[in-house]
Design a protein around this ligand. Structure first.
Ligand code: SF4
Length: 341
């Protein structure tokens, strides 16, 4: 019995529905891509609100990809809004210029609905979490390898059985159930990811595995291509976010983006319980979810371990205590949240 919170995701897996990015390729217009950005945004937004255009050689996904590419000239993909001209080699806060894939593999440790998940890790991140559990890639945006979007699209198809051509993945155990875009954080890599989607033909749900610190413009570009947001909702107040991840206005931005995500598609919210942060972070985060995101799956995560610079922060020097995690889980259960197994 599948969770109703992920019913569309499962209908894609069963073949009775199509992944959003494939549907977006069917939205056609005769608009040219060399027009002013303001005009392309107009076309983009009206395509989403007025339904498919009937004819033409330009797809809505082409327009999304063109707009994302142009954002590289004055990068405002995340709310740091550096304005860096990444096309000309100017680095912003995340340090990402061209996208680099740090690793890609079938992940067996994600939420049960997602496993096996074809997880694509990008180097670099928009956050600076002092306890980062993936710090070896998130703090090194120049690591990893450059890939052609078409090559990565072929690799995705090879992991799938969805398009009738890729037959290498023959058993459920090694057949991807989704593409899981992550890092670091995938936000800096949105232009590259949309290019991969343009090339890809596999009917695989697309999972956006992110800290959700995107701008509203970036969220608009994700609308209609992502099937499941797998979000990381860390903090219940701006002080902890600033102290431990170096970000401003965390709660307003991340709450806003969760509400947008819920309107766009299905959502799984992750909350990593941090030692000593039950009252300031776990409790308010879970309460906010209960009040604002009815019907989403929630994963209260216990796997914190002191990594990276955690030793410099007294409360983060130790692993999670069983009693402490039990308290976090109790809050979630009392609120009636739909918890992952
Ligand atoms: S994605 Fe990177 S360069 Fe772009 S605004 Fe965010 S931190 Fe700055």
């Amino acid at each position: 019995m599948h969770s109703p919170a992920l019913s569309r995701y499962h209908s894609i897996l069963e073949g009775s529905d199509k992944a959003n990015f494939l549907l977006t390729k069917q939205v056609l217009t005769d608009e040219r891509l060399d027009q002013a950005s303001s005009r392309l945004w107009q076309v983009h937004d009206s395509a989403r609100t007025r339904g498919p255009f009937a004819c033409g050689n330009t797809t809505l996904l082409d327009i999304k990809s063109e707009l994302a590419d142009r954002m590289l000239e004055h990068c405002e993909l995340c709310e740091r809004r550096c304005g860096a001209n990444r096309r000309e080699g100017v680095k912003g806060h995340c340090g990402v210029l061209d996208s680099r894939v740090s690793s890609e593999f079938l992940h067996m440790g994600e939420e049960p609905d997602l496993v096996p998940s074809y997880t694509i890790f990008f180097s670099g991140c928009t956050f600076n979490c002092v306890y980062c559990q993936n710090w070896d890639i998130s703090t090194k945006p120049e690591s990893g390898i450059r890939m052609e979007p078409a090559d990565l699209a072929r690799m995705i198809e090879m992991r799938s059985s969805g398009d009738g051509r890729a037959r290498r993945a023959e058993t459920p155990a090694n057949r991807a159930r989704n593409v899981n875009w992550v890092g670091g954080d995938p936000t800096s890599n949105l232009p590259f990811i949309l290019k991969v989607m343009r090339e890809c033909r596999a009917n695989l749900p697309q999972v956006w595995n992110s800290n959700m610190y995107l701008t509203e413009e970036a969220m608009r570009l994700l609308d209609g291509v992502i099937d499941v947001y797998l979000t990381d909702f860390k903090y219940g107040n701006d002080g902890c976010a600033q102290r431990l991840s170096g970000v401003e206005s965390y709660t307003a931005i991340v709450q806003r983006n969760h509400l947008i995500a819920k309107q766009q598609c299905e959502v799984i919210v992750r909350h990593l319980v941090l030692p000593g942060h039950i009252e300031c972070c776990t409790r308010p985060v879970l309460h906010w979810i209960a009040e604002n995101l009815t019907g989403v799956k929630v994963n209260v995560m216990s796997q914190y371990r002191p990594e990276y610079k955690a030793a410099m922060f007294p409360e983060l020097r130790r692993p999670m205590r069983i009693l402490e995690y039990g308290k976090a889980l109790g809050i979630a259960e009392d609120l009636g949240l739909d918890l992952c197994d």
